[in-house]
Design a protein around this ligand. Structure first.
Ligand SMILES: *Cc1c(COP(=O)(O)O)cnc(C)c1O
Length: 421
C-alpha cells in the first residue's frame, strides 16, 4: 500500500535547525529574541510587498503563540467588551469566532456569497443595519475569512466597513500568500491574522501573527501579549494581559520556513491546476477556483463540490457507523461521538467519496461546518442565505500540501473517477 497522502503536512526547508541552533547557542530559549525579531521582519516584508508594482505598505507584524491568540488580541485592540457584538463569517474554522466569546461578546454570523465562498457583502450590510436597529449600537468589528486561502470581496467589505466606521479584522490564517488586486490579505483591514499551525501554508509547529497598522498599535499588541506590564521595578498591572508571545525557538522554525514559502505557494497552485485539468470532464464534480483575475488564492486546500445527483459507490452505506476520531483529531483530544449522524451533515455521496479515498489511503475532509449550524452557537444571531450550508452539504477538501506529488494527484483523481457509479 502506498504511504498515506495527507491534506496538508508540514514540510521543512532544512534551514530551520540553523536558526534553532543559534537560539540555543546564544541562550535565547525564551518567548522573545533574535529569531522572533527576524521572523517578524521577514513577515512584514512579505505582506507589505505589492505585486502590482506600487510602493510597499508599512504594516508591522507581531509574532504570537497562535492564530487564535492573534484574533483574540485584535478584538481587544478593537475595544470589544462583554455585551458587544462582532460580525464574523459563518463559513470558517471555529478560531475566527471563539475568541469573541472569550471576551463575553456575541458573534453575529454572516453567510457567504457563491463566488469566493466568503463573507457576502450584501448580507454584511443588511446585518449592520439590522443590528443597529435591534440593539441601538454598532457592531464592534467585522471578520471576513480567507477560507481555504481564497480572498474575500475585500473592496466591497472595506467600503461598507468604512461607511459605518467599523474596523475590519481579516482572518488570513488560511490565506498567507493570497492576494487581492496584488495586495496581501491581512493588510486591507485594521488588523490581519496569520497562523503557522502545523497544517498551514508554513508552520512554526504552532504559532501565529498579527498584522498591525503601525508600530504604535504593534507595541500595544505586544504589551497585551506579554501580560500587560507597566514600567516599574516590580510587577505593576493596570490592565489584564495574556501570555501570547511567540517563542524564539518557534520563530526559528518560521525563519527557516520563510525560505520555502514561495515554493510552497507555487506547489499548492500547481496541484490545484492539476485537479482542475484532471477533473475537468468529470460530470458532477466542480473544482472551486479564483472567481476573477483580481483574486490570487494560495490554494491552501483544493476544494470541490459534488452535484447532489452524483452517485458514488457505497453511498447507501454512508453514515452507518459511528466515527471514532475526528477532523484534526491528531491535533487534540476529541469526545466520542454519541451518534453516527447529526441534523446537518455532508450529503451521502460526499461521505462515500471521503470513505473511498480513506480506504485508498488518501485523507479528504468535508468543507468546514458553518458556525451558525454548530450546536454551541445555536443562540447566536445569524444572517443567512443558505450558501455555506449548501457548500457544507456538497463540498470536499482534497490533499494539496508540499508532499503531494503529480503522481499522487493522478492517483487521487483516478480513485475519484473509479468511485463514481
Ligand atoms: C487555523 C485557523 C485559525 C487559528 O489558528 P491557530 O494558529 O490554529 O490558532 C484561525 N482562523 C482560521 C480560519 C483558521 O483556519
Amino acid at each position: 500500500m502506498r504511504d498515506r497522502i495527507y491534506l496538508c503536512l508540514a514540510h521543512m526547508s532544512g534551514r530551520e535547525m540553523e536558526f534553532i541552533k543559534e537560539a540555543f547557542d546564544t541562550n535565547w530559549v525564551v518567548p522573545m529574541g533574535p529569531n522572533v525579531n527576524g521572523f517578524e521582519k521577514d513577515l512584514a516584508e512579505y505582506v507589505n510587498h505589492r505585486k502590482d508594482g506600487q510602493a510597499p505598505l508599512h504594516k508591522s507584524v507581531v509574532g504570537l503563540s497562535a492564530g487564535t491568540a492573534a484574533v483574540h488580541l485584535a478584538l481587544i485592540a478593537c475595544d470589544v467588551e462583554a455585551g458587544d457584538e462582532v460580525l464574523v463569517q459563518s463559513f470558517t474554522f471555529c478560531a475566527s469566532s471563539h475568541p469573541i466569546t472569550y471576551l463575553g461578546a456575541t458573534p453575529v454570523f454572516i453567510d457567504s456569497e457563491r463566488e469566493s465562498w466568503n463573507m457576502d457583502p450584501e448580507l454584511l450590510e443588511e446585518a449592520v443595519k439590522d443590528r443597529i436597529a435591534k440593539t441601538g449600537k454598532k457592531p464592534k468589528a467585522i471578520i471576513p475569512v480567507a477560507l481555504y486561502g481564497m480572498p474575500y470581496q475585500i473592496d466591497r467589505i472595506m467600503e461598507i466597513a468604512d461607511r459605518y466606521g467599523i474596523p475590519v479584522i481579516e482572518d488570513g490564517a488560511e490565506g498567507f500568500g493570497s492576494f487581492f488586486d496584488g495586495q496581501s490579505l491581512g493588510t486591507f483591514g485594521r488588523y490581519g491574522v496569520l497562523s503557522f499551525n502545523g497544517n498551514k501554508m508554513i508552520t512554526t509547529s504552532g504559532g501565529g501573527a498579527l498584522i498591525c497598522p503601525d508600530t504604535d498599535s504593534a507595541r500595544e499588541i505586544l504589551w497585551y501579549a506579554t501580560q500587560a506590564r507597566e514600567s516599574y521595578p516590580y510587577y505593576q498591572h493596570e490592565a489584564i494581559g495574556y501570555n501570547y508571545r511567540m517563542s524564539n525557538i518557534c520563530a526559528g522554525i518560521g525563519r527557516g520556513q520563510m525560505t520555502v514559502l514561495e515554493d510552497h505557494i507555487s506547489h499548492h497552485k500547481h496541484v490545484q491546476e492539476m485537479y482542475c485539468e484532471l477533473l475537468r470532464d468529470v460530470k458532477g464534480i466542480t473544482m472551486h477556483g479564483n472567481p476573477s483575475e483580481r483574486y490570487d488564492s494560495n490554494f491552501w486546500l483544493c476544494t470541490a463540490v459534488l452535484d447532489p445527483d452524483l452517485r458514488i459507490k457505497g453511498q447507501d452505506e454512508a453514515y452507518r457507523q459511528v466515527i471514532t476520531g475526528a477532523v484534526g483529531g491528531a491535533a487534540g483530544v476529541t469526545h466520542a461521538a454519541a451518534t453516527a449522524v447529526t441534523d446537518c451533515q455532508p450529503n451521502a455521496n460526499v461521505e462515500a467519496l471521503r470513505v473511498a479515498l480513506d480506504r485508498a489511503n488518501v485523507e479528504a475532509r468535508p468543507l468546514w461546518k458553518p458556525m451558525h449550524c454548530q450546536p454551541v452557537y445555536r443562540n447566536a444571531p445569524a444572517y443567512v442565505n443558505g450558501v455555506s450550508e449548501e457548500l457544507f452539504h456538497t463540498g470536499i477538501c482534497l490533499p494539496a500540501g508540499p508532499y503531494v506529488t503529480d503522481d499522487d494527484v493522478r492517483y487521487i483523481t483516478d480513485i475519484i473517477k473509479d468511485s463514481i457509479l
